[in-house]
Design a protein around this ligand. Sequence first.
Ligand SMILES: Cc1cc2nc3c(=O)[nH]c(=O)nc-3n(C[C@H](O)[C@H](O)[C@H](O)COP(=O)(O)OP(=O)(O)OC[C@H]3O[C@@H](n4cnc5c(N)ncnc54)[C@H](O)[C@@H]3O)c2cc1C
Length: 437
Amino acid sequence: VTPSADVLVVGAGPAGRALAGACARAGLRTTLVDPAPHRPFAATYGCWTAELPAWLPDGVVAARAVGRAIGRESHDLGWEYAVLDVPALRAHLDEGLDDVEVVTGRVAALGADRGVSTRGPGSSVRLTTGAELLASVVVDAAGRAQPLAAAGGRRSAGTASEHPEPPVESSADRFAASSARRVAAEQTAFGIVVPAEAAAPLVAPGEALFMDWRPDHGEPGWPTFLYGIPLGGGMVLLEETSLARRPGLPVPVLRRRLHARLARYGIVPADDAGTETVRFPVDRPRHHTGGVLGFGAAAPFVHPASGFSIATSLRLAEPVATALAARLPRGPGAALAAAREVVWSRPARAVDRFRRIGLEAMLRMPPDEVPGFFDVFFALPERDRWAYLTGRNDLRGTTRTMMALFSASDPRLRRRLVLPAILPPARAAVTVPGDRA
Ligand SMILES: Cc1cc2nc3c(=O)[nH]c(=O)nc-3n(C[C@H](O)[C@H](O)[C@H](O)COP(=O)(O)OP(=O)(O)OC[C@H]3O[C@@H](n4cnc5c(N)ncnc54)[C@H](O)[C@@H]3O)c2cc1C
């Protein structure tokens, strides 16, 4: 069987589009498949400015602001936040798809031809219509759905090939797998768009509020924070956010808390104010299917301490495409192995493990201790905070930050930080009155 494409990217979100475009630029015959490939992006995307790749034009940034965070006290983050102009980002990514074959279809599973070898046909995927698409390399960039994740395919360790994909099984995988069998930990949020002058008591002009953990919503129960970012055009998005809860805190609770918080500051949103609802998992297991590369939120690139993944997807698109193009002449297995090494190098896997332990610590932390914990974190030196929040390959920096956090903590907080490394993942949260919709 002759593969119809060098690379088949499943999912045309920001990650899949960026990667498909980069693959085409690298000279690879590329197909992109999505059930609704022309549907506009719906979310408001933001990230730290310094994480954006150099190839993105300035025009995709709608607003820039100095980052601030509040536990019980206020902290300058020391770096800038960029709110993306989502239609401009989309237009830019779409310009890169001129040489990409775009297919409308929903991928159901891996197809029959899924052997990975230097001589074989690569992998195929089956659409819900029963049609099959073949490619040397298949990428699952379908976000949280992960339609080609392990349940539907083989794990990559043990793949027979002249260039075997690196084994990715480790204690981190077992940790992630055990959490995968549980209820997902999810970030949920509800936001309202208000004029910048109205938001000023909470988000000062020129600032972005990464987190404000003060319980100004007045409710007991699961801790939530205010996220506030300028959108450009004189408007600000104010979002009540649950960083992570297993399962996610219901959105009606967040809506109620947001209105209470805003009322406390005399902010009355217009009846027709724009709103945004957020719900996505932050503890999806690492993508392990043999013959498939997980990319974007499907990989998953989602940082559990922020929920961010978009900057990582945009940054890694070109290196992954370059690795695929360089190694494909030696066969699909070699190409996949090289791409996997870009995405999940050994340090990246170790950092992922630490981040998941950090998530479990958050999930177990008593609500009234959460704002104080963030004061300790945000008081760390800038390079430590930056390493933890952005350095997905920076094992040394992540370890240094965790040690610094430990040193700065009191004995009780130390126990809370260390125990999740040896305990099983946190159980589903008990719903208390403040968490009820
Ligand atoms: C409201 C909201 C706000 C957010 N804000 C931010 C932010 O500010 N910064 C940030 O970094 N992250 C943010 N996130 C997280 C966000 O999920 C990711 O950053 C981003 O959308 C992930 O991009 P992606 O391309 O990996 O996946 P997605 O955007 O989820 O795209 C997946 C694509 O795969 C397609 N697909 C699904 N199943 C299949 C299938 N079976 N076959 C084929 N195609 C399929 C879908 O149609 C979709 O087009 C936000 C999320 C939400 C919901």
